[in-house]
Design a protein around this ligand. Structure first.
Ligand code: G
Ligand code: G
Ligand code: NA
Ligand code: MN
Length: 258
């Protein structure tokens, strides 16, 4: 596939970028971390969305190299954001991992190497690893071992896109997660649709009942933010605050926040 070959070239040529979306503490309004989201500017086609090239990278096996790059880049940028005081010392840099990363042996070593190379400001405690239910579905026992190893190093685990997969409750029970990220498809309608509100209310209560924190994805309006805060949801991200930004723009944004 031409696009897959181009992705391999992009990786070596430095055409991939990592952007950062702020994650806001709903109790204090402070930025408590960021989610790293990959961006590819193709030399002829322009921006290729991750929804297009991440599945392609997964199919071709390139995802291991892509995510290795994202881990290294994210930890280096994280060190910069932490040491400059743009993010508080206990902030999380959240990086997305794919099924391949978990299936392959050695992702814990990759994480450890990325943290060490980033320097002292960025510790394992500053890393949050996001996995979806589809990531762990293939081999739950193995996923559990790998995530436990990551957890033992000090990083937090988040179940991403919660509610969109299968048997979600099994994963919540078995995996060593600290955070649930509520998929934006549920957040979108909370102000208008009583069913969405009921679902999000229940997910927040359920997560809290088993000791997990909740992060709402895709908050776009003040009304959604107010509702999420009143439900006791811990944190949120979304266009209400900012899309994912290059690191320099993120620094400027955080400096301007109240
Ligand atoms: O940023 P949006 O930015 O379009 O991201 C689309 C999808 O791509 C999301 O599901 C997100 O989890 C995934 N994604 C973004 N960056 C990465 C990455 O570095 N690695 C993996 N595996 N997935 C990513
Ligand atoms: O699957 P994951 O949750 O990792 O991906 C996050 C995706 O959501 C990215 O594509 C990101 O660009 C997108 N996103 C982030 N905030 C918003 C938002 O407020 N509204 C919408 N529609 N998309 C968002
Ligand atoms: Na994610
Ligand atoms: Mn997410």
């Amino acid at each position: 596939l031409a696009l897959a070959a181009d992705l391999q070239d992009a990786l070596t040529a430095g055409d991939l970028a990592l952007h950062y979306q702020p994650v806001v503490d709903l109790r204090t309004g402070a930025v408590r971390g960021v989610e790293a989201l990959i961006r590819w500017t193709h030399r002829e086609r322009g921006a290729v969305p991750p929804n297009v090239f991440i599945p392609l990278a997964e199919d071709t096996g390139l995802i291991t190299a892509v995510d290795r790059w994202a881990l290294a880049r994210g930890c280096r940028d994280g060190a910069r954001l932490l040491s400059a005081g743009v993010l508080p010392a206990d902030a999380h840099i959240a990086v997305n991992l794919s099924a391949h990363d978990i299936a392959d042996s050695g992702v814990e070593q990759t994480i450890d190497a990325a943290i060490r190379a980033a320097g002292p400001a960025m510790t394992h405690r500053n890393l949050m690893v996001e996995v979806t239910e589809t990531v762990v579905i293939r081999d739950l026992a193995h996923s559990e071992r790998v995530l436990n190893a990551i957890r033992a190093l000090g990083s937090d685990i988040a179940i991403d896109d919660f509610g969109t997969g299968h048997s979600s409750l099994t994963y919540l029970r078995l995996l060593p997660a600290q955070h649930v990220k509520i998929d934006r498809s549920f957040i979108r309608g909370i102000a208008e649709n009583p069913e969405d509100l009921a679902i999000v209310t229940s997910v927040v209560q359920l997560a809290h009942a088993i000791g997990l924190k909740t992060i709402a994805e895709g908050a776009e309006t003040l009304e959604q933010c107010t509702l999420l805060t009143s439900l006791g949801c811990d944190a949120a991200q979304g266009y209400l605050w900012s899309p994912a930004l290059p690191v320099d723009q993120l620094c400027a944004l955080v400096a301007d926040l109240p």
